[in-house]
Design a protein around this ligand. Structure first.
Ligand SMILES: [Zn+2]
Length: 235
């Protein structure tokens, strides 16, 4: 049985006494609460004491002042994580010509849609080889990556400086897997065909710059190095 049903079996006088005691307790609790409130927060920041607990305290009882110690959080210095790994696809199996590893590689499979030279009243400084987006592009020769990233007009490009001072440029690529300063071998996968920048469809725009940065005919450059591209030619 709960205590709230207890008065049912009590005598009248007992009930009155109980009620008076209860009223006194409530009054006392009110006083105590007022005192506690006037003395600002004496609960150490834990909020008001529950009334039923306060009623048990003698009148005028001062709650102890609880001062929580200031906690200084330790300064945690996180260790530097390992440098992001440089993704490098495995090199393609090298073409073997006459028992020697080829020094020059056809950079992409696809269809030659625009040759080097005059085009639409201007000069086309490279060749366009159409291929589906994502088609792998391989470095035409060994060398050092001198640019890999965004470039005006090219969308994204990769440029590789070769030992003879020429620079191969791969434009409108969708992605690249080399970083500036990296050395590559002929036939290494370096990028994928895309359609970024001033491009009218997925293709590789392939240029070769001579050491004075003049754009030369990439097909002549490849042929001089023993590679005859198997690109189909479209009108
Ligand atoms: Zn082009």
């Amino acid at each position: 049985m709960g205590r709230h049903s207890a008065p049912v079996v009590m005598s009248t006088s007992r009930k009155i006494t109980t009620a008076a005691a209860a009223a006194g307790a409530v009054f006392g609790a009110g006083q105590l609460f007022a005192t506690a409130t006037a003395a600002a927060d004496t609960t150490g920041g834990f909020g008001a004491v529950p009334p039923e607990l306060e009623a048990m305290l003698p009148a005028g009882f001062e709650l102890p002042q609880i001062a929580l110690p200031e906690v200084q959080l330790p300064q945690v210095q996180l260790p530097e994580g390992p440098a992001a790994p440089v993704i490098s696809w495995p090199a393609a199996p090298q073409d073997v010509i006459g028992g020697a590893i080829a020094s020059t590689y056809q950079p992409v499979k696809g269809t030659l849609t625009s040759g080097y030279g005059p085009r639409w009243g201007s000069h086309h400084g490279g060749v366009d080889i159409a291929a589906p987006i994502g088609t792998e592009i391989r470095s035409a020769a060994s060398g050092t990556v001198i640019n890999a990233g965004a470039a005006n007009g090219y969308g994204l490009w990769v440029q590789i400086l070769h030992d003879d001072g020429t620079v191969a440029t791969y434009g409108h690529i969708d992605s690249y897997t080399v970083v500036k300063g990296q050395t590559v071998a002929a036939g290494d996968r370096i990028a994928t065909v895309g359609n970024r920048g001033q491009s009218t469809g997925p293709h590789l725009h392939f240029e070769v710059w001579d050491p004075s940065a003049s754009k030369i005919d990439p097909i002549s450059w490849l042929q001089a190095r023993g590679v005859n591209p198997d690109w189909a030619v479209s009108a």
